[in-house]
Design a binder for this molecule. Structure first.
Ligand SMILES: [Fe+2]
Ligand SMILES: [Fe+2]
Length: 190
């Protein structure tokens, strides 16, 4: 990978960190953004495995949101129409994920499919973080308990897909538990 940051000594599993639900999902969002950026810098040989990894992570993320997070959010915000729209956007993104998974990186449609997926995810993430998460932060939902359930389900699904989580946690922890000073952030990529 092109990452230049040193590994963190205190990277732990998501369950040990006991993130609240919104922190866990936000960390996933930053991780996927990081991997999309990494894709732009990848060599042709790195494209296929990295794209597969992004797709798997997105499948896990959308699944835990639909199984656990959206139902809890829907109960906490009964008048909120966001959930229905979010699930529709997930369905659209899953079509693009399947398209990316069906294409080798050398295929002429690969870059377009990746660009569409990145755009769909970016717009969806902006809505979640800009609209849904702030409402839930103000509400009475037990975000710690929900975070633990999400972390446990996420770990299980990552195991099923054969995705080792260490790298993902390492990247995410650098963004969320150890914010870098601006000068260091500027040096993150060469
Ligand atoms: Fe999300
Ligand atoms: Fe989502």
């Amino acid at each position: 990978m092109a990452r230049t940051d040193p590994p963190t000594d205190d990277a732990t599993t998501s369950t040990e960190l006991a993130p609240d639900a919104l922190s866990l999902l936000t960390r996933d969002h930053r991780l996927v953004e990081e991997l999309f950026t990494e894709l732009e810098r990848s060599t042709p040989q790195q494209l296929d495995p990295l794209a597969r990894r992004i797709c798997k992570l997105l499948r896990v993320h959308t699944q835990i949101e639909e199984e656990l997070f959206y139902p809890a959010a829907g109960r906490a915000l009964p008048n909120e129409s966001f959930i229905e729209r979010a699930e529709h956007e997930h369905a659209e993104a899953r079509e693009t994920i399947a398209r990316v998974e069906s294409l080798a990186a050398a295929h002429p449609d690969f870059n377009g499919a990746i660009a569409l997926l990145a755009q769909q995810i970016s717009e969806h993430v902006q809505e979640e973080e800009g609209q849904l998460f702030p409402q839930l932060r103000k509400g009475s939902l037990n975000l710690i308990a929900l975070g633990l359930a999400l972390a446990e389900r996420r770990d299980t699904l990552l195991d099923v897909l054969g995705l080792h989580d260490d790298d993902e946690e390492g990247i995410a922890n650098q963004h969320n538990t150890h914010p870098s000073p601006p000068a260091q952030q500027d040096e993150r990529r060469s």
